[in-house]
Ligand binder design. Structure first.
Ligand code: TXA
Ligand code: MG
Length: 341
C-alpha cells in the first residue's frame, strides 16, 4: 500500500481534515498529529476499523485504546460519568481539556469491546491539536493509540510515523513536531470514603502537581502478575531496540574495549554531565545549556530514535529531575531500561 503524506500548511490544513474524515468514514485508519505524540485513528464505533489499528500496529488485543473526542459535549457518546464523580470530572475537564489528560471512565455501550479490550471502562481525551480536534469534531469520536508498532517508541513527527507504519496505512497528516512530546497523563477519577482521588495510571505532560490542585493523587503501579490496569505501564513500552542504562554517577558505568556507546545527556555540559566519561559513538542532548524539562520532554523520543539508529551496543542515559514533567521523562527512561534487563 502507498502511504500518502499530506502536509498541513497554515492555510490549507482544513483540506487535510477533509481527506482524513473521508478515509475514516470508509472504515480506514489514518495517522494524525496530536500535541503529545502522533495517533493512529479509526472510527471508535466501528469494530472492523478498530481491528485494523491492532493489525497495523501488531498490537495485542488485550491492550485497550484511547478514544478522542472533538468537543466536551461528546463525552456522553463514549462514557457514562457516575453521579458521584460528576463534579470532579467537570473540574478536570474545565482545567485540562483540550489537553494532554486522558480520563478513564465507565464506557458507553456503543463503544465496541475491542476498543476497551473488554474492560468496563474507556480512556477518553480531547486533544489540543487543531487537526486531531477538528477531525474528531467533524467525524465524531475516534479511537487512536500512538502511531508506532507495538512496544516501540511513540512517534513525535510525521517522519517517525512513516518509519514505523509507512506502507501499512493510506494516509499520514503532517502537522509538525508534537508540542508536548510525551504521551498524555492517564488518570481514573474515583470517589472514596475520604473524598475524591485521582488514580494516576500513567504520568505525562499534566503533572502530579497540576492534578493535586484538583484532588488527591494516588500513583498506581502494576504488580508483576496482577491484572494490568493500564497495560501501557508495561516495561516493554516506550523502549528502543538498543539496551539502555540510566547512569546517575560516573562509577556506575565502566566502558568496555571495542563496544559502541551512545549518551543521552540532559544538558550536554556541566556538573552531573557524563560527556567526558568515554569516547561516545553518538550523543544526543535533551535540553542544551541550562536545561529545561519541558524541552527535554519534547525531544526525548526523537533523541532516543536517533540513538537507536546509531548501531550502538548500549545507550547510557543521564537522569533528569523527578519533578513536574520530569516524572514522566524518568518513567519512560526507566521502562526503556527495564525492557532489556
Ligand atoms: O497522548 C496519548 O495518549 C497518545 C495520543 C495519540 O493520544 N495516545 C496513546 O495511546 O499514548 P496508547 O494506546 O499508545 O496508550 C494508551 C494507554 C495504553 O497503555 C492503555 O493500556 C491505556 O491507555 N488504556 C486505554 N484504555 C484504558 C482503560 N480503560 N483503563 C486503563 N488504561 C487504559
Ligand atoms: Mg503507545
Amino acid at each position: 500500500m502507498d502511504t500518502q503524506l499530506l502536509v498541513a500548511d497554515f492555510e490549507d490544513w482544513r483540506e487535510t481534515v477533509t481527506e482524513a474524515v473521508a478515509l475514516l468514514e470508509q472504515g480506514e485508519v489514518v495517522a494524525l498529529p496530536t500535541e503529545t505524540v502522533y495517533g493512529l485513528a479509526a472510527c471508535a464505533f466501528n469494530a472492523e476499523a478498530v481491528a485494523k489499528i491492532f493489525e497495523v500496529k501488531e498490537r495485542p488485543s488485550f491492550d485497550p485504546l484511547i478514544v478522542h473526542i472533538g468537543r466536551k459535549s461528546d463525552l456522553k457518546k463514549v462514557a457514562v460519568v457516575p453521579e458521584e464523580i460528576r463534579e470532579l470530572v467537570d473540574e478536570l475537564i474545565e482545567a485540562h481539556w483540550p489537553g494532554a489528560l486522558t480520563l478513564v471512565l465507565p464506557k458507553h455501550e456503543d463503544i465496541p469491546d475491542l476498543v476497551t479490550s473488554g474492560l468496563p471502562t474507556v480512556a477518553v481525551r480531547l486533544s489540543a491539536h487543531e487537526i486531531m480536534c477538528e477531525v474528531a469534531k467533524v467525524h465524531g469520536p475516534i479511537a487512536a493509540p500512538s502511531a508506532n508498532r507495538y512496544g516501540r517508541i511513540s512517534p513525535t513527527s510525521a517522519q517517525a510515523v512513516m518509519d514505523e507504519l509507512g506502507g501499512r496505512i493510506p494516509l499520514i497528516i503532517d502537522g509538525g513536531a508534537c508540542r508536548d512530546g510525551l504521551e498524555s497523563t492517564i488518570i481514573a477519577p474515583t470517589m472514596t470514603e475520604k473524598g475524591p482521588v485521582l488514580r494516576l495510571l500513567r504520568p505525562g505532560p499534566v503533572s502530579k502537581e497540576d492534578l493535586r490542585l484538583i484532588a488527591k493523587v494516588e500513583r498506581v503501579r502494576n504488580k508483576p502478575g496482577a491484572t494490568v490496569e493500564a497495560p501501557g505501564q508495561r516495561a516493554s513500552h516506550y523502549a528502543p531496540a538498543t539496551p539502555l542504562m540510566i547512569v546517575t554517577k560516573p562509577g556506575e558505568f565502566v566502558p568496555e574495549e571495542g563496544k559502541k556507546y551512545g549518551l543521552l545527556t540532559y544538558r550536554g555540559s556541566g556538573g552531573a554531565c557524563l560527556i567526558d566519561l568515554t569516547d561516545w559513538t553518538a550523543t544526543q542532548t535533551l535540553s542544551p545549556g541550562k536545561g529545561k524539562l519541558s524541552e527535554a520532554a519534547v525531544r526525548l523520543f526523537y533523541c532516543l530514535r536517533q540513538l537507536d539508529a546509531a548501531g550502538l551496543d548500549l545507550i547510557v542515559a543521564e537522569p533528569v529531575a523527578n519533578t513536574g514533567v520530569g516524572v514522566a521523562i524518568m518513567d519512560r527512561l526507566k521502562r526503556a531500561a527495564a525492557a532489556h534487563s
